[in-house]
Design a protein around this ligand. Sequence first.
Ligand SMILES: Cc1ncc(COP(=O)(O)O)c(C=O)c1O
Length: 383
Amino acid sequence: MVPVSALSAPAPSSIAPAAQGKRVFNYSAGPGQMPEEVLRQIQEDVWNCRNSGVGILEHSHRAPVFDRILAEAVQDCRDVGNIPSNYHVLFMTGGSTGQNFMVPMNLLPSNRTGSADYYNTGYWANQSIEHARPFGTIHECASSKGDNYAYIPRPEQVRHSNAPAYVHYTSNNTIFGTQFHTIPTPPNGVPLVCDMCSDIFSRPFDVTRFGLIYASAQKNLGPAGVTLVIVRDDLVQKGNRDIPLMLQYRTFATGESRPNTPPVFCIYAMGLMFKWIKKMGGTAYFERFNAEKTRIVYDVLDRSSFYKPHARADSRSFMNITFRCPTPQLDDLFATEASRQGLDCLKGHRAAGGIRASFYNAMPKAGAETLAQFMKEFERTKG
Ligand SMILES: Cc1ncc(COP(=O)(O)O)c(C=O)c1O
């Protein structure tokens, strides 16, 4: 078994660390790096989960072991997010993309006469908009498209439509590397819906400001395959009934997230992630830790005339850092050379190009220090 603790800076060698069977720093935007102690617990539980003699991959979703795992996952999630009892904690499938159509399908009138407001702050926000269009009138209440999504619109730039059913925004724009630093205020009484896929539980937030929050797991909450939905009970009750049962939130709320066979392993792993977040000091700890890590890399960008950061300084993300070298060829060389040295998955998303480094909760500080070191050396030799 390869020790996960090989996560310290890889020793220089002509053979890439990954090719030597070592683990590397994984800056992927998702699925992303997971904490060592969670991975080790999973290794044990795959063989024999909680002394049941059965591994977690083999447990029935109706078995008492899973009853406990599910109940703990819900409670630990409530503890981490300080989620009151009038909100449901649901585990669903279909990813954040699935939520992009479930939200309008449930919350807009079925006869398509309703409307909803959307912030257009990048690729994933656009996906949300496109998936919602078949269900009603979609109004872009603010957009940073004109500046290639380099910033988060300020409150005075927002224009709401008349009586939207809800307002939707994407709290962290994974591809462009921007992040809302305050929760937007929707018109009075209008529920706020958030795609929190890429920054959930990376910092504290007041759940009661939201009607519905969704986040697929694969960034801060474990392996891909399950999507966390936190939804206020009145919205569940009000949701449309003339849509397929499996697409109604109430089916998951009344069926304890298992109206059919749920992704048992993914819910279990998400439960471990909640326990780990709590143990580390909760979201307040990660807010400080993520700011500290990303500052190390942003400092290099700010002192450099070689690298060009994409996000405006006031809108920078504490999860995904995006920047460019002077040419696309140098971007490619940067990513290839870094990968050879054990710094993996730094190539920007195909929609944005450049470089992207993701610093989810599980990325250790050494990941930021090693990348900063690499950036300085690359600039010194190629600049
Ligand atoms: C902000 C955001 N929303 C939505 C998605 C899509 O998630 P999924 O692939 O789980 O549908 C992603 C994926 O990276 C994302 O970063």
